[in-house]
Write a protein that binds this ligand. Structure first.
Ligand SMILES: [Zn+2]
Length: 199
């Protein structure tokens, strides 16, 4: 692909291969909190959040910290074994943390785009996934206030990836049979390749 996104992700990939020891240690520590393939939490549907209290605010902040430390661009609560419909994301390093609670798609574009995706729960796996290029999502924030987010490109992609997590769906379910087979082999053999973006 010669579009803007693939260029951007290649730029992201390079530094990943030469992380300084401190960043790598922080990433490894964060990844120990992330449920990996085979954990039933990743195959379960999360429940809507009904109580918007301090514990929820803490949970959201913790998710943001772990996502940043793991160098991911998105994280769903189910990846931490918390069966709440909560996701966080940040596509641009300088942007504030995106938080969507009880998200529902209001609109998905007919236009689709295929790009390689990684997943913090599937170490060493990168598979091509077709996603809508634009989405509009209705959700609430950590205080329970309604919000609507319109996203495109990589931001739309990561939101779709995380909402899939809340429904127990993984990128393995959204790729070709051949790529799924290769991914399963990589998981079995514990390969250490770094996909361009992980969420
Ligand atoms: Zn994921």
């Amino acid at each position: 692909m010669a579009d803007e996104q693939s260029v951007q992700t290649e730029e992201q990939q390079e530094p990943r291969d030469r992380l300084d020891p401190e960043t790598r240690a922080r990433r490894d520590a964060a990844l120990r909190h992330v449920r990996k393939y085979g954990d039933p939490a990743l195959r379960s549907r999360a429940r809507p959040v009904e109580v918007f209290d301090d514990a929820l605010a803490d949970e959201v902040q913790r998710m943001g910290r772990l996502m940043d430390d793991a160098l991911g661009i998105g994280l769903a609560a189910t990846q931490l074994g918390v069966m709440h419909r909560v996701l966080v994301y940040r596509v641009d390093t300088d942007a504030p943390l995106g938080v969507l609670i009880n998200p529902e798609f209001e609109h998905k574009s007919d236009e689709l785009e295929t790009m390689e995706e990684g997943c913090l729960s599937l170490p060493g796996v990168g598979v091509e996934v077709e996603r809508a290029t634009e989405v509009r999502v209705r959700a609430v924030d950590a205080a329970g206030a309604p919000i609507t987010v319109e996203a495109s490109g990589l931001e739309a992609r990561v939101i779709q990836h995380e909402i899939d997590h809340l429904d127990g769906v993984l990128i393995l379910d959204r790729t070709t049979r051949e790529q799924r087979k290769q991914a399963m082999r990589a998981l079995r053999e514990g390969q250490t390749a770094s996909p361009a973006v992980e969420a």
